[in-house]
Write a protein that binds this ligand. Structure first.
Ligand code: NAD
Length: 245
């Protein structure tokens, strides 16, 4: 089993995904824009049995993505899995959304995920090896709320990129799936929600609690594992039944 690249690994869901994979002994490239937090996670991860490597990268920047993969190649690491977890949620009403913001959300949440997947797949196809990619979407891909049109559209796009790539890369043995987290207590959701909001949201969940980053991480780990060897092109929601796909 080769290494896994996890984007947005410096905090929240991405950090939990990286920790889960490192806990089972995997080699994980932790990628994020936040260099300080990346240094901190490297220290947090050091007791885990796997090998963690950190590399700052802005997945909203195609040149930075090219440079990331050149650096990964230079270390001799062979990547067999990718988790496109990095995502941004710029909140604004549709009437006030600026083109720059719209483009940035798409660059990070959609184009970046595609380019990362393309880099991973090129290398797998060249080596004739199977691999697995997991894209982290959102319930808003299916049921948008107000003040997040760009986010909802980018995440809906990502779920369909998953299906298109699963179709095209299935013959190479490259599986591509989407995980759809429900509301999860992280910096992203804390930007607009407080404890009361989280409690009110939990009350609407059939399982009567919100998911944790670790809940999402467990599902990602499953989808990357051989136990999921015949699963591709699927979206798996981790939301306590709040939104049934
Ligand atoms: N928290 C939720 O309620 C929730 C719900 C559904 C989906 N999601 C999705 O789950 C994923 C993780 O969300 P989270 O809640 O852990 O968010 P978070 O904001 O806590 O963490 C996101 C991480 O991604 C990094 N990042 C942001 N832009 C980046 C870029 N351009 N390049 C590289 N790294 C970048 C950030 O620095 C941060 O470390 C996101 O894609 C998010 O949209 C979150």
């Amino acid at each position: 089993m080769g290494a896994t690249v996890v984007t947005g690994a410096a905090q929240g869901i991405g950090k939990a995904i990286a920790a889960r994979l490192l806990g089972r002994g995997d080699t994980v490239w932790c990628v994020d824009t936040d260099t300080d937090r990346l240094a901190a996670v490297a220290a947090d991860f050091s007791p885990l049995p796997g090998t963690s490597l950190v590399r700052p990268c802005d997945v909203g920047d195609a040149d930075d993505i090219d440079a990331l993969w050149r650096d990964i190649d230079a270390t001799g690491t062979q990547v067999s899995a990718l988790v496109n977890n990095a995502g941004i949620f710029l909140r604004s009403s549709a009437l006030d959304t600026r083109l720059d913001d719209w483009n940035r959300v798409f660059a990070v949440n959609l184009t970046g995920g595609f380019l990362m997947a393309q880099h991973a797949a090129h290398r797998l196809v060249e080596r004739g090896e199977a691999g697995s990619i997991v894209n982290v979407a959102s319930g808003q891909a299916y049921q948008p709320h107000s003040r997040g049109t760009a986010y909802a559209a980018s995440k809906a796009g990502l779920t369909n990129v998953t299906r298109a790539l699963a179709f095209e890369w299935g013959p190479f043995g490259i599986r591509v799936n989407t995980v759809v987290p429900g509301l999860t207590d992280t910096a992203q959701s804390r930007a607009t929600k407080n404890d009361e909001d989280f409690a009110a949201a939990a009350a609407t969940v059939p399982l009567r609690r919100l998911g944790t980053p670790e809940d999402v991480a467990a599902t990602v780990a499953f989808l990357l594992s051989a136990d999921a060897r015949h699963i591709t092109g699927q979206a798996l929601a981790v939301n306590g039944g709040r939104l049934m796909l």
